[in-house]
Design a binder for this molecule. Structure first.
Ligand code: AMP
Length: 217
């Protein structure tokens, strides 16, 4: 299964990606997670990425496209992959199409998580992430068993720096202007599957699997 997840910040892409990647037994490739790991590790890529992620801006295409191309050449993507947070604009979508055409491994589907604008800020402001294993939680919808601690590894939960109110607003603008156009791009390619990203996490996962059932390979 070669799958892309698309949707505004706060639609639950990261959460659904973990469940869907486990269901299809494919690697979950999140460009945001790769940037955050590099920021945490203090690498050159991390230093560069942070100057954009901190403001909610997109990291330059040349950097992001090369990073994804390298990742898609790793052995574990032989049986497919789930891309979360990439592509983020039409140029990235075109570059990805070129990479996959060359490898003769076209996409099976693009899953759009659709959500009302009013829900987005509530979702983002309650979001918490484990500093150690990056597992995600939500203060209202997916609470950890012990406040502030990761259920999986016991790590400390924190709020992403780009989930502050001001940065959220910019991320939404960037999404509307740069990322939303890829939905029409993939619809015209016959790859788009849209589901409502509202309700329980497990309910949304089941909805996604059932909507994708005609596209699985
Ligand atoms: P995410 O975790 O997907 O919300 O990504 C967090 C931040 O990483 C974004 O706000 C961007 O600054 C950066 N980022 C993630 N994916 C991309 C991408 N495909 N292109 C450019 N920047 C990205």
């Amino acid at each position: 299964m070669r799958l892309i997840l698309v949707g505004p910040p706060g639609a639950g892409k990261g959460t659904q990606a973990v469940h869907l990647a486990a269901h299809y037994a494919i690697p979950h490739i999140s460009t945001g997670d790769i940037f955050r790991a590099n920021i945490k590790g203090g690498t050159e890529l991390g230093k560069l990425a942070m100057s954009y992620t901190d403001k909610g801006e997109l990291v330059p295409d040349s950097v992001t496209n090369d990073m994804v191309k390298d990742r898609l050449n790793e052995a574990d993507v032989a049986n497919g992959f789930l891309l979360d947070g990439y592509p983020r604009n039409i140029f990235q979508a075109e570059v990805l199409r070129g990479i996959l055409t060359e490898k003769q491994t076209p996409l099976n589907a693009v899953l759009e998580l659709a959500i009302e604008d009013a829900l987005i800020v509530a979702r983002l402001s309650g979001r918490r992430t484990c500093k150690d294993c990056q597992a995600s939680y939500h203060l209202l919808f997916e609470k950890p068993a012990v406040d502030g601690k990761c259920d999986k590894c016991g790590g400390e939960l924190s709020q992403r720096p780009d989930d502050s109110e001001a940065v959220i607003q910019n991320r939404l603008t960037v999404y509307a202007e740069q990322t939303a156009p890829i939905i029409a791009f993939y619809r015209s390619e016959g790859l788009l599957v849209t589901i409502a990203a509202e309700g329980d996490v497990s309910e949304i996962t089941s909805r996604a699997i059932s909507a994708l059932s005609t596209k699985v390979s």
